[in-house]
Design a protein around this ligand. Structure first.
Ligand SMILES: O=C(O)CCC(=O)C(=O)O
Ligand SMILES: [Fe+2]
Length: 320
């Protein structure tokens, strides 16, 4: 069952990005803090990512996903040392779910010339498409949503009374994977199969674009024990906090469970930019936290079974 009577707040970020008076910023900081406390999720407009770029991204995603299967297989993320590239439909099975997700995905992340730290840094793979049909718009979009992710971190820090300067160390060489997703029509999925099954996001801030008009995202509301339906609105981003933020904020900010059941007639596209932080960074939400666990260590713990990591590369990240 999902409910339509709770609406996730829509926060206008222009009050933070281009304040007319100091109170404008304070107001956004308070709104973001309250929503992250209550839901772990909120929506934003006035975010600074041009609508035309969002549209270019969606077009580029169609160009990619419409390539022949064999072409996509050549870019399989399973063969890539940095887990960049293509994840075919039906590859992702969460513990406890009877069936794998119906979605297919393509991953890009920050571009570094050599593979380092178990592949958390390294080069991307790009499909054989004209520059303007994929790489160029996707990269501009990546950069813009990375910037937005960093801004949200900044607001979250300030919401807990931390100085904004803390974000700089945290953002030195941020790990920011981006996942482009295509969901098949619900009629093409098996009974009991989700677009993406219920999960929390692992890390920091997620900046999610839903293809306008293609509803499907639902967020779990603990108090009501109901799924909140999040409509796919044009030029509105969905933002949520991952497990790392919940842990580092001492539970002040929630990492809420969510899932996708494609409610659109046809396919549905979405794109998630996951802004984690520098691999060596520790808790910026509470610099006095006695636990000095780094982002790299948390990432290894979570993904060591999925990535093919050698002992040496794990040691590099600083995990025994
Ligand atoms: O496609 C969506 O709306 C949500 C995707 C998501 O939750 C994820 O990729 O972690
Ligand atoms: Fe998610």
């Amino acid at each position: 069952m999902s409910t339509d009577d709770i609406v996730l707040p829509i926060i206008d970020l222009s009050g933070y990005l281009a304040p007319k008076c100091p109170e404008d910023r304070e107001q956004v900081i308070t709104q973001v803090r309250d929503a992250s406390r209550q839901y772990g999720f909120f929506q934003v407009r006035g975010h600074g990512v041009p609508l035309s770029l969002q549209q270019d991204l969606l077009r580029s995603m169609n160009n990619l996903f419409n390539l022949p299967k064999e072409e996509k297989l050549k870019m399989s993320f399973l063969e890539n040392p940095c887990r960049r590239g293509d994840e075919a439909a039906g590859m992702s099975l969460r513990e406890g779910d009877p069936l794998p997700d119906a979605k297919e995905c393509f991953y890009v992340a920050r571009e570094d010339p050599i593979v380092e730290f178990s592949g958390f840094y390294g080069p991307n793979v790009w499909p054989n498409l004209l520059e303007d049909d994929f790489r160029s718009p996707v990269w501009s979009y990546y950069e813009q949503t990375s910037q937005l992710g960093k801004t949200i971190w900044l607001i979250l820090l300030q919401g807990l009374g931390q100085p904004p300067a803390l974000v700089e160390n945290f953002a030195k060489r941020p790990i920011v994977p981006m996942k482009m997703i295509r969901y098949p029509p619900q009629s093409a999925t098996l009974s009991g199969q989700f677009g993406i099954g219920a999960h929390t996001d692992f890390g920091g801030v997620t900046v999610l674009l839903q293809q306008p008009g293609k509803d499907g995202l639902e967020v779990w509301h603990e108090g009501r024990e109901e799924w909140i339906h999040v409509p796919a609105l044009e030029d509105v981003y969905v933002i949520n906090c991952g497990d790392m933020i919940q842990r580092w904020s001492g539970g002040a900010y929630k990492s809420a469970r969510h899932r996708v059941i494609n409610k659109a007639d046809g396919e549905r596209l979405s794109c998630a930019t996951f802004w984690h932080g520098d691999i060596h960074a520790t808790n910026p939400l509470n610099p006095d936290d006695p636990n000095r666990e780094t982002i790299g260590q948390l990432l290894v713990k979570r993904f060591r079974n999925q990535y093919s990591m050698t002992k040496e590369s794990i040691a590099q990240v600083g995990v025994a």
